[in-house]
Design a binder for this molecule. Structure first.
Ligand code: KIV
Ligand code: ZN
Length: 498
């Protein structure tokens, strides 16, 4: 059996389904190009029938990247497949990913169908997709809870129908590693023609077992893994790309390899986290802020004597650059451009000038500007397209006074001003905002995060605001956390469906 593991990245499909993580097409292209540089074999670029935005993104990503196969998701429905084939028309290498639920609960409750009928629908969809492309992947949704004998029948039928890859998702993240590994082995041992297709893992992390399950699948014969950057994805997320890539790199005893250029892992992680406004937990394996930080005395002593005492991988191997140049107010445009390049963002001309001007303003407020700040600035131009913008904000607050805020908004070129008092400075500022924007909207979630330890740091604010029965997610970043909060609220309002 071949020892190459194909890396199928679904950050832009399964990952992007996370509420608040939606990217626009330009941002998706940026991520797709970074995934290409990282060395992924297949990019799942979207679910074209689900929205015009997804359809367009698949088209634009297909034009923008060269080497990876571009994959589009469908249900086992002809119309979905027609639209996916159309969206893939510019892809140099293309794949349609079609499938249907195979567990008894999906068959009964989702489809009100029978096992035999599901096999027929699966076969029909694969044959239909093969009319458009040579590379068709079939997913057996909820395969994790599908009885192995029936799953083997489904997989055998779709391979006969022309599936080139068979995906065995643990959709609910329920399987134990031993169980998932045994499932893959069962298919290897019992499916006629299994050698004509690649078996793929697709594991969710509901019980924290996604990486272990993926490894169990690979050790038992799967040769494709479906993963996301930082493990983002529905609910508790998907298997994280960086964990699988580094397990296979560190474990020389396992004779499996990927095409991943591991030194691009960290910049890719930062880029995805920044564009999706999705912080990476500090203790996240491989890419978390503390992944290589040794704090206990015993560990520090050991590492100083020989790093191998407590470090199983070199931070440089995942692209963490200890000697990264720290940018300050004296850094030039070229240094900023270089740092952005290292982080996977290519900027030139007017765009670079704009980011540089913002960088200088921030560097005036903060002594040292770090990678997260830079990525935040590079992404800040998203707010330029907003029709509602914050013009000014003044807040007085302190012990023994009731906070008061006055705010100025620019709404499609027209200026508005208002003032209000509140329980705290953020409350006062949002009340003032609501004097101008008179809508029934409710703040549902509000988190403030700083990146470094310094009191001069940029505060990042994530908010969820409910309006007209829908939830909207907004983001703001500023060294002034009251301003960052108001920017996050305004970001939500700009997304309201008119
Ligand atoms: O988790 C899952 O089952 C999926 C399929 C659509 C592949 O994401
Ligand atoms: Zn999934």
């Amino acid at each position: 059996m071949e020892n190459k593991v194909y890396v199928f990245d679904t950050t832009l499909r399964d990952g992007e389904q996370v509420p608040g993580c939606q990217l626009n097409t330009v941002e998706k292209i940026q991520v797709a190009k970074q995934l290409e540089a990282l060395g992924v074999d297949i990019i799942e670029a979207g679910f074209p029938i689900s929205s015009p935005g997804d359809f367009n993104s698949v088209i634009e990503i297909s034009k923008a990247v060269t080497w990876p196969t571009i994959c589009a998701l469908t249900r086992a429905v002809e119309k979905d497949i027609d639209v996916a084939a159309d969206a893939l028309k510019f892809a140099k290498h293309k794949r349609i990913h079609t499938g249907i639920g195979t567990s008894d609960s999906h068959i009964k409750y989702k489809f009100n169908s029978t096992r035999e009928e599901i096999i027929e629908r699966a076969v029909k969809a694969v044959k239909y997709a093969r009319r458009f492309v040579d590379d068709v992947e079939f997913y057996a949704e909820d395969a994790g809870r599908t009885e192995n004998e029936y799953l083997a029948r489904v997989i055998e039928a779709v391979i006969k129908a022309g599936a080139t890859v068979v995906n065995i998702p643990d959709t609910t993240g329920y399987c134990l590693p031993s169980e998932y590994g045994a499932k893959i082995k069962y298919l290897v041992d019992h499916v006629d023609g299994i050698d004509k297709a690649i078996i793929s893992t697709h594991c969710h992390n509901d019980l924290g077992m996604a990486t272990a399950n993926t490894m169990a699948g690979l050790l038992n014969g799967a040769r494709q893994c479906e993963v996301t950057i930082n493990g983002i994805g529905e609910r508790a997320g998907n298997t994280s790309l960086e964990e699988i890539a580094m397990i296979l790199k560190c474990h020389k005893d396992i004779d499996l390899m990927t095409n991943i250029n591991t030194q691009k892992i960290y910049p890719t992680s930062r880029m995805v986290s920044s564009l999706m406004n999705m912080p990476v937990q500090p203790n996240k394996a491989v890419v978390g802020k503390n992944a290589f930080a040794h704090s206990s005395g015993i560990h520090q002593d050991g590492v100083l004597k020989n790093v191998q005492t407590y470090e199983i991988m070199n931070p440089k191997d995942v692209g963490i650059d200890d000697n990264a140049i720290v940018l300050t107010a004296r850094s030039g445009r070229a240094a900023l451009k270089h740092r952005l390049h290292v982080l996977g963002v290519e900027l030139d001309g007017e765009k670079l000038d704009n980011v540089y001007q913002e960088f200088l303003k921030l560097a005036d407020k903060k002594k040292e500007v770090n990678d997260d700040d830079i990525l935040m600035l590079a992404g800040a131009d998203r707010a330029l397209t907003h029709s509602i913008k914050l013009d000014f904000l003044q807040v007085t607050s302190g012990l023994g006074t009731r906070p008061v805020a006055s705010i100025g908004l620019d709404i499609a070129g027209e200026k508005f001003e208002a003032a209000a008092s509140g329980n705290g400075p953020v409350d006062a500022a949002i009340k003032a905002l609501k004097v101008i924007i008179r809508r029934e909207m409710t703040l549902k979630e509000f988190t403030i995060q700083s990146i470094n330890k310094g009191s001069d740091d940029v505060g990042k604010v994530h908010m969820q605001v409910e309006f007209d029965g829908n939830m909207y997610y907004g983001f703001g970043a500023n060294t002034d956390i009251v301003t960052a909060s108001v920017e996050a609220y305004i970001d939500c309002i700009n997304k309201f469906r008119k």
